[in-house]
Design a protein around this ligand. Structure first.
Ligand code: ZN
Length: 363
């Protein structure tokens, strides 16, 4: 509502009227008269299709892209599977091809894409625009990430860790969550985390905050690819669990099939998920003790299994975290499932373009 903008920004109603008129003339927003709480009000909204952003979510085994207009309407979305260890050059080429296809099927003009946001599955040093810990994501090591994605898409691109973007998507995609702090765990072949504190992201100085997969839960545990011992990812290794399950059922299994098998009552699949839930719960309890957030969200393809995983995870948090911190906390599935990352990527692009609604905090 126009009056609401004046109230929130402190600008005079006349100034807001002039600004709105300018933006309507430029075709960026639409304005209409509506009745709100019994009174006539000017209702404004981003004009569908006028400008849009491209969200890109590169996981370890998939690429998803979405075109989103500034009113948060998804104009089109595409997903493709990735073979493990696909070189980054091939992933970037695939992103370019998928964008061509999406433009063709949606009829969106390339020129109307103002910016892109991309997530990749590792912590990023935002000052150097590169992977901060090359051993965690060797295929992207040394690459100037925004420049590489810009070359692939033809639009300026912001890049962040996919786990941060998943937390942003869950937090800010409308209707934005009314919480001041949340932690989101992402369970896929890797285990990631994203943290929002006081409505703002918490990446840490070098972009590695909330890397829950590399929290040590056993000081003398197995060696991890990050160089530490006893990390969640080393003890509750999803690729390791999939291998055990694959041997039990006689063929290779991916996370989606793991979920299906557990839901069909396969005992091995169910027990392995309980194990995963318990180990992740230990690390989540540590986060709860450190941050005392109001919401824990569980996302990623493996979370689709629901209570088989969530029940042991919740039990572990209740047992290990300070009781006061667990009293009001809600531990539940995320709202947007596998779309949270691509939604977060689109929101990051909108914020970088500075053409965002007031309801979204700066990421
Ligand atoms: Zn580790």
């Amino acid at each position: 509502m126009q009056a609401e903008i004046a109230r929130r920004t402190g600008l005079s109603p006349a100034t807001v009227t002039n600004l709105v008129r300018e933006l309507v003339d430029e075709g960026v927003i639409g304005s209409e008269d509506r009745v709100h709480q019994g009174r006539k009000a000017k209702w404004i909204s981003p004009r569908a299709g006028a400008e849009c952003v491209l969200g890109i979510d590169v996981g370890r085994s998939h690429v998803r892209i979405a075109l989103v207009d500034l009113g948060f309407n998804v104009l089109g979305e595409l997903q493709q599977r990735l073979a493990r260890n696909t070189p980054s050059a091939d992933i970037l080429a695939l992103v370019g091809e998928m964008l061509e296809e999406l433009l063709a099927t949606t009829g969106v003009e390339r020129a109307s894409i103002v910016r892109a946001g991309a997530g990749i599955p590792g912590p990023i040093d935002q000052k150097r625009h590169r992977i901060g810990t090359p051993s965690l994501l060797p295929e992207w090591a040394g690459i100037d990430l925004p420049a590489a994605f810009e070359a692939a898409t033809g639009v300026p691109t912001s890049v962040d860790n996919d786990s941060n973007l998943g937390a942003l998507g869950e937090y800010a995609w409308p209707p934005a969550l009314d919480v001041d702090s949340l932690f989101r765990v992402r369970l896929t072949t890797g285990i990631g985390g994203g943290l929002v504190i006081n409505g703002k992201p918490w990446r840490g100085v070098d972009g590695t905050a909330a890397e829950i997969g590399h929290h040590s839960i056993d000081e003398s545990g197995a060696l991890c690819r990050c160089g530490n011992r006893g990390c969640v990812e080393a003890i509750a290794s999803v690729p390791g669990f999939l291998e055990v399950l694959g041997r039990a059922v006689g063929h290779e299994v991916d996370p989606d099939e793991w979920v299906q098998l557990a839901q069909q009552g396969n005992t091995t699949a169910g027990r392995l998920l309980e194990d995963l839930g318990r180990h992740v719960g230990v690390a989540v309890a540590n986060i709860v003790n450190l941050v005392n957030p109001s919401r824990i969200l569980i996302g990623g393809p493996i979370s689709a299994v629901g209570d088989i995983l969530l029940a042991p995870l919740r039990a572990e948090v209740r047992q290990r975290a300070v009781p006061a911190a667990t009293r009001g906390i809600r531990i539940e599935l995320g709202r947007w499932g596998d779309l949270a990352e691509v939604y977060g990527a689109a929101i990051m692009a909108m914020q970088a373009q500075d053409s965002v609604t007031y309801s979204i905090p700066k990421w």
